[in-house]
Write a protein that binds this ligand. Structure first.
Ligand SMILES: [Mg+2]
Length: 363
């Protein structure tokens, strides 16, 4: 049964609106206000009921469940079969390439087949549900970031042509994946009282514990599906290969794993040193990053195409990779005095730069 909804007054996206949904901010202002403190505190405590918000974003109202959940309800209102998806890295990626969403149109689909495939599930009678961690919203459930991210979901659904149910976990509690709070809330409140047939449900997410998954291989999506008791798929399994470049995982200094490409990463480091000496700092930095990506790659590289979807590996780096794979060196390095092969002991090797020393440490 859906939660009771009460109509919230229309409020602007300003501090007052934030405050109305934010007990902490409200409390602070109350202290400054003096006398009104007890009265206001009581009012905030009562705001645990779900409440509709219509503020600022265009599209259907969303409902907030203070302190950390918000959702929009799509069609159908209930189904036994649930096609569930993570949002970023799965259905879409951040188009601008920035670390955080810059505007409500800052998305592009994981690949061109995403809208068609999701729509097919909807047409087959699945209820499409998106479960997304959005801790960036935090306690400002009706703040600017919240409006931006609600609008972004609305824009994406419009572009996809699917009326999905979307849940955002805004805090760091059990609603946040890998916690199963969002799934449990959905089953209890947003599926018209129908229990999903778990054998027919699945969840697609990019946080699958692979080394290149965000935050160094987090598996929060996979754990979420396991906790919910439904099948798990990666975006590649559901949609095919992604069309967008994917960030490579570069471990922090001192936590590097085995380097499967020690000579190639050393060659890139020497290339970087070469261009740095020539005053081409931008190129040097790009090559140094490539070196780190190559050193962290989970397998021996046999063709540059294996890195073509990796952010930080551009056409230039791919050409150097191919040249190195074919000849065991690079013409630029040969012209500059030759490729210094790394050795396990360091004896006889060229004096390594700081970066090289780091790379050599793990050979
Ligand atoms: Mg994701």
């Amino acid at each position: 049964m859906p939660p009771r909804k009460k109509k919230a007054p229309e409020v602007d996206d300003d501090d007052d609106a934030d405050e109305a949904l934010n007990p902490k901010t409200s409390g602070k202002k109350d202290n400054a206000g003096g006398d009104e403190k007890p009265k206001k505190r009581q009012r905030v405590k009562k705001e645990k009921e779900p409440e509709e918000i219509h503020t600022a974003h265009e599209g259907p109202a969303w409902t907030v469940v203070p302190p950390s959940l918000m959702y929009r309800e799509g069609e159908p209102k209930s189904a036994e079969r649930i096609a569930a998806f993570d949002l970023d890295g799965t259905l879409v990626v951040i188009k601008s390439g920035a670390q955080f969403v810059t505007n409500p149109d800052d998305f592009k689909f994981f690949n061109k087949d995403v809208p068609k495939i999701v729509k097919e599930y909807a047409e087959k009678g699945y209820k499409v549900v998106i479960f997304s961690n959005q801790a960036g919203i935090g306690k400002q459930l009706d703040g600017k970031m919240s409006v931006k991210l609600r609008q972004r979901a609305e824009n994406m659904l419009a572009k996809m042509g699917v009326d999905a149910t979307v849940l955002y976990a805004c805090g760091k509690d059990n609603f946040r994946k890998p916690g199963t709070g969002m799934w449990d809330f959905f089953v209890e409140n947003l599926n018209g009282g129908v229990s999903p047939d778990k054998a027919e449900c699945f969840f697609v997410g990019d946080a699958a514990g692979r080394p290149t998954d965000i935050q160094g291989g987090t598996d929060s999506d996979k754990k979420f599906a396991e906790g919910a008791g439904i099948a798990f798929k990666t975006p590649e399994e559901c949609f095919g290969e992604g069309a967008n470049k994917k960030g490579a995982y570069i471990p922090p200094a001192g936590q590097e794993g085995e380097n499967h490409n020690p000579e190639m990463s050393a060659a890139f480091e020497q290339l970087a040193d070469h261009f740095a000496k020539k005053g081409e700092g931008f190129k040097a930095n790009a090559l140094r990053k490539s070196s780190k990506i190559i050193a962290a790659h989970p397998a021996k590289i046999t063709a540059s195409s294996e890195l073509k979807n990796t952010a930080g590996i551009g056409k230039g780096s791919m050409a150097y990779i191919d040249e190195f794979l074919q000849s065991g060196t690079m013409s630029v390095l040969e012209e500059a005095g030759g490729f210094q092969k790394p050795s396990a002991t360091g004896e006889g090797a060229a004096k390594p730069s700081g970066e090289q020393a780091m790379a050599l440490k793990f050979l």
